[in-house]
Design a protein around this ligand. Sequence first.
Ligand SMILES: [Zn+2]
Ligand SMILES: [Zn+2]
Length: 772
Amino acid sequence: MILERLARGATRAARITHTEHLPPRIGSHADWPEQIRPEVIAAIRSAGIDRPWAHQARTSEHALRGESVVVATGTASGKSLAYLAPVLSRLLDGSEAPNGRGATALYLAPTKALAADQRRAVRELAAPLGTAVRPAVYDGDTPVEEREWVRQYGNYVLTNPDMLHHGILPAHARWSSFLRALRYVVIDECHTYRGVFGSHVAQVIRRLRRVCARYGSEPVFLLASATAAEPAQAATRLTGLPVVEITEDTSPRGELAFALWEPPLTELHGEQGAPVRRTATAETADLLTDLAVQGVRTVAFVRSRRGAELIALIAQERLAEVDRSLPGRIAAYRGGYLPEERRALERALHSGELLGLAATTALELGVDVSGLDAVVIAGYPGTRASLWQQAGRAGRSGQGALAVLVARDDPLDTYLVHHPEALFDQPVESTVLDPDNPYVLAPHLCAAASELPLTASDFALFGTAAAGLMPQLEAANLLRRRARAWHWTRRERAVDLTDIRGQGGSPVQVVEDGTGRLLGTVDAAAAHTTVHDGAVHLHQGRTYVVRHLDLADNVALVEEAHPPYSTTARDTTAIAILETDTEVPWGDGRLCFGSVEVTNQVVSFLRRKLITGEVLGETKLDLPPRTLRTRAVWWTVTENQLDAARVNPEQLGGALHAAEHASIGMLPLFATCDRWDIGGVSVPLHPDTLLPTVFVYDGHPGGAGFAERAFHTAADWLTATRDAIASCECEAGCPSCIQSPKCGNGNEPLHKRGAIRLLGELLRGAPREDTP
Ligand SMILES: [Zn+2]
Ligand SMILES: [Zn+2]
């Protein structure tokens, strides 16, 4: 019904390309296993839950048997209770132990906000159990004077992988009594541990298991995940242990109407005169406004921090025209806010004081935002797992709810709103991570050696690549071998060698000029493109312009301003092949996978008119180049193939460039990545291959597994790429097919028809099986 109201009017209705009705599901109950203590069952009852869902009972059975288990069921299916019942039960058993300290459990969340939320939940649930359960958060915000209490008395410690990495494991001796008694490790939202971050967390978990073994404990791992393909396999890769999976969701669900929404074409023209669609940002702001006017509680999920700010700002302005009391009931929520600001927003959403929130994925994870009627997703979030996670936030218990995916003007989103089967008839993707990446593994070997000297018997735990890295670490004077063990002998902390979030250096602080007020932070990797001199920066509805980016001190000085434009950075990229690992002939051409060095430099920025995106002008920048050693997939074509594809030398650059853009846009459908996790370069004559070449590389040092996945699914991936370009209704290329918002070259040159013919010719030579 909400959808019907939103779609009122012919122009609005035409924007809905598809509506999927997901039927309600009836729940199925079971009984708690006998070993769950009656006090725990009573506490769960007093929380209003008489009997568990079948998947909760089954998960707890495995946990009680000492088998590591992953529960991968939908949002709001009660995954927490599935692991809390056995964990609390075990904590009670231990509380009667004569030696004082009973069993302990460790809970890991990907964000501090989620850990804080979970502590509230555990406190409430375990209240009837008295002091036998002592939940405590241990993270960067925990006051120093409370930390000793947590180590000595906390028996359900909630933390994050970052704190485990640089706070708990290096100080394991002070945690000895906790670690000796550790029976369970809960890893919540474990599908978020993917790519480089996931690979780091996998190694942190191996270090934890190793330290536990020293204290004589062997904890069982209980993992919870949004629905994911092959969750047992991913959990095994993450923990290094065999893991059982529970995937059948037996909880009830209300009906969900899921609409796919394509913004209309505008009168405006973009780069190279291409037709331009209304932005997903403007469209989402409209939907959020309409829903708020109707009193519908909504969260709009937005990819970028800036987008979240902008949507909240536009919606507030529109609402002010309707009712002066409404603008205050919409806000933005994103990472980079100070913790107090975020807590206050979470509370306001809980209480209903806020009607609408434009949020980044900082809110997507477990943070309890129950009671929403609608979810608007501004742009495909990159994975089906994430899409369902966000859509699943809509719906109060048993009631019908609405989800809307608003397409951005890019090849993948355009393809998806016209191919609903790619969203609704496909399983969610599996999690890609690569713990053997030497850039990831090496610093963890150093950290492990500083925790307890390393011996050859540890290599099995850290993976096949570990032994081969030891001579390099010795040669670099990081580790020293004495007798049969390797030691960390340097004065620095070994854990400071790496940043597990892969942010590549300290974040840049955004400071208001004049007042010196700290507004927030920006990741080092994003600083050159987002807070360069002259960049427009948004923070909680206020607009700032960067006066100066000081790279030496990692500070961006900003001042409040109201420019009628936003800014986009431009960059140039060169690539060199370091080593080719695998090479497969595709007809005359080649498909390759290997190591590359990418040199990137942000050279200028464009000013674009707000809302319409029209380009107003370009300003040069003077920033140093940055290099990245990573993994890439690349393909080459020969003179014969160019002839067969009727691509002449004038069209060649544009055809390759167009194929590169579109293939980057489509890769998230095949590898669990964001288009921002990967980059590309196309060259008519590459100095290393001496042929026309297109590269797609992982945007993280050492690679993240995405380019490798692209290599293995290349025939399907490039086929979908060609189809996406060919089916676009534009004449010569537009953002829905071959133009890229990320292009360092102003989307010049691009040749749409040449790209279609070239990809067709290349694919003609592709091996029959999809795995080369
Ligand atoms: Zn197009
Ligand atoms: Zn480009």
